[in-house]
Design a protein around this ligand. Structure first.
Ligand code: URA
Length: 239
């Protein structure tokens, strides 16, 4: 692989920022194949060089995957003149890596959003052909019924004639306001809201809690992100 600057390679692992790498290199604490680097600008082949920082050997990953617990108020885009995007929740070092959101959540929807710079896998995860379930927690106005569940299972046709694939509706509580888990295999614009609105139960709150075999990390505060582990990325590849 083409050689890259050490600060770029090390920052891409998420363990240290470029600024930290600069300081650590000055102190002789960044080693390339056992030899202290002269500066953070020195270049190395990220796939073959053994890079240690503060005695810790780093594992280079070609692509970056992060899980974000999206808060309401952010757009699922890389740039948008209309307001803050989910990229604004990531540090500069990560933004520089060309990350983009894997699919979209509405501005007011919260929860699990993956961001990556691995286009191929991101595309596959979103394709309905690959049957990756997306699970949402929804609160709606009105009482959800077994009839709603049957309609979801059969496949709802929206008011504009758009036919949705069969979907799951699991009622968690039913009353004047109800709660449910909705499972989709596709991701049409405002789909959960439109499906529930077509049953006369408008959504009052929506959160994505699972995508494929990846569940929103409960220890991840709203607005914060973490890197996916290599095992989690491998799991995504096996969807
Ligand atoms: N369905 C919606 O209606 N909104 C989302 O953000 C995601 C799925």
């Amino acid at each position: 692989m083409e050689k890259q600057r050490l600060d770029k390679i090390i920052a891409s692992t998420g363990r240290f920022s470029r600024r930290e790498v600069k300081n650590l290199a000055r102190q002789g604490r960044v080693l390339v194949d056992g030899v202290p680097a002269r500066s953070a600008e020195e270049k190395a082949d990220p796939e073959t060089a053994r890079i240690t920082v503060n005695g810790e050997t780093l594992t280079y990953r070609r692509y970056t995957w992060v899980m974000l617990n999206k808060p309401a108020g952010y757009l699922s885009a890389t740039e948008d003149g209309r307001g803050a995007t989910v990229l604004d929740l990531l540090p500069q070092d990560l933004r520089r890596q060309g990350l983009f959101p894997v699919g979209r959540l509405d501005k007011d929807t919260e929860g699990l959003l993956l961001l990556t710079n691995e286009g191929g896998l991101a595309h596959d995860l979103l394709s309905p052909r690959h049957h990756v379930d997306k699970v949402y927690y929804a609160r709606v106005a009105g009482r959800l019924t077994e009839e709603d569940c049957r309609a979801f299972a059969q496949g709802i046709t929206l008011e504009d004639g758009l036919a949705c694939m069969p979907a799951g509706l699991e009622i968690l509580s039913a009353g004047q306001e109800s709660e449910a888990h909705v499972t989709l295999r596709e991701g049409k614009f405002h789909q959960v809201k439109r499906m529930l609105a077509s049953r006369g139960k408008p959504v009052t709150y929506l959160e994505r809690v699972r995508m494929g075999n990846l569940t929103l990390d409960e220890s991840l505060p709203r607005g914060k992100y973490r890197f996916l582990t290599p095992e989690e990325v491998e799991c995504l590849r096996k969807f």
